[in-house]
Design a protein around this ligand. Structure first.
Ligand code: PLP
Length: 385
């Protein structure tokens, strides 16, 4: 396999702003102060200090009180995705609603749990409410209402779009009308660049059936494997009843809690501008090299740009030639809930250097053009049909 020199594939934060020294100091303080805690099992909810820090993170962002006793620390938010899906499942074959293009980790977990996924069409505001309502009516008529609606409503993966507040309220109304809980995945919460911050669903609706999850992977580092679920009783107990791993890593949690003693904002203020600059560069390179044949999202947060290319691109050829040239991306198919071969690709920009972005996009652009059957300009103006 040729070496991947331009890895636009995986969604990681910027390595340069990883706070190595501050974490080293946090490790030593934590070991002195609470080292003996490591001789105990963490328990189902996990390290209290980190739960308090994350409750503060949430309540500061959302402007509502968040009870640390309702926070379950997890092994990344991926464990949160799996645990909640297990807790809400009654039978194999149960229905779940997802976005038509959705995070592949979630799709794999739901497939693995034998959920029957129903995809909702997306536009620039996230899940389309008209389609969601149609599908809920259809499923109700077929007597198989979904166990839950899974929504990445902020900095959606892969599109980067944010659902506006008005649409969130419409989604909440539909969820209430049909009696279906919403599982909100805010994995990119706080990786924010510009524009207003839309409220989380849990901050708009006190329905104790909704579940929220967030992560430290994108704002800090995925190797920490720290994420959490926010759920109110009795849903909280229902989720905990599915947990059999004796809790999440106390050491990592204690170090991160110590690091975030002054809140999450000060590190985000260093990391986010660097990421924003890379987003701007990636978008500028796309404009320079692909404006005639592609369109793409300009995300206000998160780590991804969603690119639509012409139908006549031979996707198999594009994959082979880009891999041979050391350029990696994630195919549109990987994000489709039914793995439909779609004329899209996702570019992650967070962990690449500026030089890699500036050199990699032109190679991708050239290979995209070479994989086409024509030289015609694009016939579409937006990302969705
Ligand atoms: C939407 C979404 N949810 C969850 C995850 C899982 O992240 P982690 O387990 O590292 O918190 C990811 C990772 O890319 C994601 O994009």
């Amino acid at each position: 396999m040729p070496e991947i020199l331009y890895d636009f594939g995986s969604g990681r934060s910027d390595p340069e702003t990883f706070p190595k020294e501050a974490l080293k100091n946090a490790v030593s303080r934590v070991l002195d102060r609470e080292g003996l805690e490591l001789t105990k099992y963490p328990g189902n909810l996990g390290h209290e200090g980190l739960r308090k820090a994350m409750a503060r993170r949430e309540s500061e962002r959302e402007g509502v009180p968040v009870d640390p006793a309702h926070l379950i620390l997890c092994n990344g938010s991926m464990q949160a995705v799996t645990l909640t899906a297990e807790a809400l499942q009654v039978n194999h074959g149960d229905t779940v609603i997802v976005e038509e293009f959705c995070y592949p980790g979630t799709l794999s977990a739901y497939r693995g749990l034998k959920y029957d996924m129903v995809g909702i069409k997306l536009d620039e505001g996230g899940m389309r409410i008209d389609h969601l309502e149609d599908e809920l009516k259809r499923l109700q008529n077929e007597n198989r209402l979904p166990r839950f609606i899974y929504a990445i409503s902020t900095y959606q993966n892969p599109t980067g779009f944010v659902m506006p507040k008005a649409r969130r309220l419409e989604m909440i109304n539909l969820a209430r009308r049909f009696g279906v809980p919403i599982v909100e995945d805010n994995c990119y919460g706080d990786v924010h660049y510009d524009g207003p911050i839309e409220p989380a669903i849990y901050a708009l609706d006190g329905d104790p059936n909704h579940i929220y999850m967030c992560s430290l992977s994108k704002i800090l580092a995925p190797g920490m494997r720290l994420g959490y679920i926010l759920a109110r009783p009795p849903m909280l107990e229902k989720i905990l009843a599915r947990r059999f791993d004796a809790g999440s890593n106390t050491f990592a949690a204690a170090v991160v809690a110590e690091f975030y003693r002054d809140g999450i904002a000060s590190h985000a203020a260093v990391a986010n501008p660097v990421l924003k600059d890379k987003r701007d560069l990636t978008v500028a390179m796309l404009k320079e090299h692909l404006d005639d044949i592609c369109v793409w999202s300009n995300p206000v947060g998160g780590l991804f740009i969603w690119v639509r290319f012409p139908d006549d691109v031979d996707r198999g050829k594009l994959w082979k030639t880009t891999q041979a040239a050391g350029v990696n991306y994630i195919t549109g198919t990987s994000f489709h809930y039914k793995a439909v071969n779609a004329p899209y690709l996702r570019l992650a920009f967070g962990h690449l250097t500026r030089e890699q972005i500036a050199a990699g996009v032109p190679i991708l652009a050239r290979l995209l053009k070479e994989a086409r059957g024509s030289n015609e300009p694009r016939t579409f103006e937006n990302l969705f049909i």
